[in-house]
Design a protein around this ligand. Structure first.
Ligand SMILES: N[C@@H](CCC(=O)N[C@@H](CS)C(=O)NCC(=O)O)C(=O)O
Ligand SMILES: [Fe+2]
Length: 287
């Protein structure tokens, strides 16, 4: 099995992990789930997190083939456009992003939003193949958290997005539009059918009761044996009941409203108004 190098960047403001996955033989890389820093109080963005990714690529002489999103994130703005401007590479996301665009075009009344996924260079469906240098990549459709969620399997590694979290925390919420606890259950079974020693990389970590350091790497075998939500003693019915009741208790992600309206445009901001300023919208009493 081909073994890519994996470098993780943890963003403590949104608990997001961005990865650089690279092929040591060719020095080609993919960036997965890059973050654009955003201060909600001031409406200011900054590129500290994205610049750290660029610094690592430069220091290690890595060229970028892909800038990959596991899903339309609801908790941080994507750094993909900034990184693509500076580094090249193709942006990609799951093909069912079109369903997410349809939903939020309505919520935010975005008359100019194309809902065909054309903001991304490549739309991936379940089973699609790609490559990072000479290392083979494969896409698994893993809906549940959102309808468009995908997992990227690259060599002996998999980037599972918001499906599984670390085994001591559990699984992702399923209460966003088009989310489904039973679909998430099926998607997680797909991930757990990968070889036992597959290295699994999480999209977020919120620590867990009794753990005071952040963590994001685990394996299929560990998840299958130890995940507190979905180990082999939990039936699908039990999982769905647990997930749905837990989802009812969760508050909205802090950056949900800014994140969604930027990320459905592949991370591009809305066009400037006639004073040259770009604005985001806050729908009142609608979400
Ligand atoms: N406190 C975080 C929560 C973000 C959140 O809801 N994360 C989603 C993934 S986008 C999730 O599945 N969380 C699971 C949980 O909080 O139990 C924030 O405000 O950003
Ligand atoms: Fe998410």
């Amino acid at each position: 099995m081909q073994r890519p190098s994996v470098k993780a960047f943890f963003d403590e403001a949104t608990y997001t992990i961005t990865y650089i996955v690279s092929d040591p033989a060719t020095s080609r890389a993919a960036i997965i789930d890059p973050v654009l820093d955003y201060d909600a109080a001031s409406g200011r963005t900054s590129t500290v997190s994205a610049d750290a990714v660029i610094g690592y690529l430069e220091k290690n002489g890595l060229g970028v083939d892909w800038i990959l999103e596991t899903h339309v994130h609801a908790d941080h703005l994507s750094g993909a456009p900034y990184l693509q401007d500076r580094l090249g590479g193709q942006t990609a996301i799951g093909a069912r992003v079109t369903a997410v665009q349809e939903t939020f075009k309505g919520v935010f009344n975005l008359a100019d939003l194309a809902t065909d996924g054309s903001q991304f260079d490549r739309l991936f469906s379940d089973g699609d193949a790609f490559a990072v240098g000479d290392i083979e990549g494969r896409v698994m459709g893993t809906p549940g958290h959102t309808p468009a969620c995908i997992t990227y399997v690259i060599g002996d590694t998999a980037y599972v997005g918001d499906t599984l979290f670390m085994q001591d925390f559990g699984t992702a919420r399923t209460d966003f539009p088009g989310g489904s606890a039973s679909q998430l259950y099926a998607s997680i079974q797909k991930i757990l059918s990968l070889p036992d020693d597959t290295r699994l990389f999480m999209c977020h970590d919120y620590k867990a009761p009794g753990r005071d350091v952040y963590a994001w790497e685990t394996t299929v075998a560990t998840q299958r044996d130890e995940n507190v939500h979905i180990n082999k003693t939990v039936s699908e019915q039990e999982f769905v009941a647990m997930r749905e009741s837990r989802d009812r208790e969760l508050g909205m992600p802090r950056l949900l409203l800014p994140s969604i309206q930027v990320n459905v445009r592949a991370g591009q901001f809305p066009d400037p108004e006639d004073n040259d300023v770009r604005y985001l919208k806050i729908p009142l009493n609608a979400v």
